[in-house]
Write a protein that binds this ligand. Structure first.
Ligand code: NIG
Ligand code: FE
Length: 404
């Protein structure tokens, strides 16, 4: 019996580079898969001989896009911070709360206190919500453990979520997220520890990339650079929380290490845009955090666009600045707040999100790509960033297998 499947009766949005309409729309389209790979994509009437005898699945005339990719999340943590949202509603700022020992540190305490099973259950509930909306690949950062043991535990939980087969997970080591209390007044010593833990975590197969929070309430450019040096010497790619609250020159620094992405970027400079372009770094936009912090400055979208820096969009799911669990809502917000076009936003949660994770085998519907796609009860992909507060996702196929 053929292991091939012909998924047909669908309008495809292939999102392939250079498609004349941008979207790569294929009416009456079909996708031929074998195992976890796409063999062919095109109009049903022009299906190849290889489709003969394949199992046929009728997609009911729906729109089909590549599986969505959430390329920036902090999904593994204990507790939540609704109290801090309330404090902000009463006038406190994010920085004030962080400096007073709340913020990331308060989630650190809840994360350290949680068992591995509790962390897994909480993260898996959140991942399930993302998956119901068509997410087939996601990135999960550590950064709420802030000790070797607790960071290792969070990365193990992230890996276990990937191993459950539900979704493909890329892990990012973000111990340089905040200073834990045991290192108070000794940020450089903490950075030394962060670098020293890295090889062991990498050898355990727990790290795909390395990130840092370069900010006045995070780590300095010089400290960030030490983290990047350690990552580079291990052959690990880097990314950066850059220019979220102020311009620290983080993007220029990250680009000089060939960063996969620089993320947030509300305070990105012209020099940062140019450096990212030269390095091929993706600009990851995080409108959920922008919204939740009532930020008023938007990332320099027009400059990024005219320079040709690829833009991705992600949830930045975390308990402090972005507790949302809808990648489509993030895409919608990127259109409203940042004025991305619907096509830019959808590429931002597919093909450009893949690039932000260093992945070239997904994010488009094309032969040779992973068989990750979703069907939607809409007629045109521009509806995906139009509706909000409802979920038009109907079927999800991940690595060639339809999710129950
Ligand atoms: O991406 N900016 C730093 N890290 C997170 C927020 C973390 C937190 O407040 O818990 C972010 O916005
Ligand atoms: Fe983040």
């Amino acid at each position: 019996m053929s292991t091939r499947t012909l998924w047909h009766h669908a309008t495809l949005a292939t999102l392939t580079h250079g498609a004349p309409d941008g979207w790569g729309l294929v009416p009456n389209g079909a996708v031929l898969t074998e195992g976890d790979t796409i063999l062919w994509v095109g109009p049903y009437d022009r299906r190849p001989a290889a489709a003969d005898g394949a199992r046929e699945v009728d997609l009911g005339g729906m729109l089909v896009t590549p599986g969505l990719i959430d390329c920036h999340t902090h999904l593994v943590y204990g507790g939540h911070r609704a109290n801090e949202a309330e404090m902000r509603a009463n006038g406190a700022s994010y920085e004030e709360i962080a400096r007073a020992g709340g913020g990331i540190r308060s989630t650190m305490a809840a994360t350290r206190a949680a068992s591995e099973q509790e962390l897994y259950d909480g993260a898996m509930r959140r991942v399930s919500a993302l998956m119901r909306e068509g997410v087939t690949t996601l990135e999960i950062k550590s950064g709420y453990g802030l000790s070797f043991d607790a960071e290792e535990r969070c990365l193990r939980v992230a890996r276990a979520i990937g191993a459950s087969g539900a979704v493909d997970v890329r892990t990012t080591y973000l111990a340089a997220h905040a200073l834990p209390p045991e290192f108070d007044g000794r940020a450089d010593d903490y950075i030394e520890a962060v670098c020293a833990w890295m090889p062991t975590l990498q050898a355990a197969g727990l790290v795909d990339a390395v990130d840092a929070f370069c900010e006045t309430i995070g780590f300095s450019p010089a400290q960030t650079q030490r983290v990047f040096e350690a990552a580079t010497s291990l052959g690990l790619p880097v990314k950066l929380h850059a220019e979220q609250l102020s311009d620290q020159g983080g993007a220029v620094l990250a680009a000089s290490y060939g960063a996969l992405s620089c993320d947030h970027l509300e305070y990105l400079s012209t020099a940062g845009v140019a450096a990212m372009k030269a390095a091929g770094s993706v600009a990851v936009l995080l409108p959920g955090a922008y919204y939740m912090l009532r930020e008023t400055r938007v990332p320099p979208i027009a400059s990024l666009r005219s320079a040709g820096v690829p833009m991705a969009v992600a949830t930045d799911h975390n308990p402090g600045t972005s507790p949302g669990l809808s990648l489509l809502l993030s895409a919608h917000m990127s259109c409203i707040f940042f004025r991305l076009t619907p096509l830019e936003a959808i590429k931002g949660i597919t093909v450009h999100a893949a690039k932000a994770l260093g992945l070239i085998d997904r994010g488009m519907l094309a032969a040779g790509m992973r068989a990750d796609f979703a069907s939607w009860d809409v007629a045109h992909p521009n509806e995906l960033t139009y509706w909000f507060g409802q979920n038009p996702c109907r079927r999800v196929i991940a690595a060639g297998v339809e999710r129950a």
